[in-house]
Design a protein around this ligand. Sequence first.
Ligand SMILES: *Cc1c(COP(=O)(O)O)cnc(C)c1O
Length: 223
Amino acid sequence: MPTIADRYKKFREQLPENVELVAVSKTHSPRRIMELYELGHRAFGENRVQELLPKYEELPKDIEWHIIGHLQRNKVKFIAPFVHLIHSVDSERLLSTIDREAERCERVIDCLVQVHIAEEKSKYGFTEEEARTLFSGDVATRFPHARIVGLMGMATFTDNRIQVAEEFLSLQALFEEVRESGWVDKAVFQQLSMGMSGDWDLAVKAGSTIVRVGSTIFGSREG
Ligand SMILES: *Cc1c(COP(=O)(O)O)cnc(C)c1O
């Protein structure tokens, strides 16, 4: 059986150096997270605040914690003091809450706007049209403590690799459109978070700058 360290090193060898890896540690124990930490890895992703908080308390404070799942507004205050990047901003109300809580902590929290690109119905994420509306409404100046640094998306859960590639390319096109629109500061709006264990290679080909990979590194999820 390969260890977590073996799997991590093998994955790193395949991933281009300019693409950031967020190791998705949801359901995995602090002990397993430390196996990667000891190899020098610092970026970890969690989708539930209740699960993240005890891990944050227990683990070294130089870990960069990424929130990758739907975030309830009433939970923002718990993570605002330390969260590194929120990938899953799926409403303007959430953005406004993040802005307020970040201001209370006297910090700026980096955020990605989640865009719904998959064919599956989901409650979460802006449609492309809603994202255009959001960006054209000067979000950058209205929420100075919630800094939008890019977009995030998830492809359809399917074996059809052509469809997945097309979905990633459509998100990349939107990303470029927003960058060129004059609505955002190009020096700030630079991140495109897409790709998971099953489709990260297609995401990287479509210009992803951050991949969120769990099971390829940690093995199948506990619980
Ligand atoms: C769980 C999860 C991942 C990682 O999934 P794997 O298939 O285990 O790599 C990536 N992104 C989000 C939003 C997730 O919830």
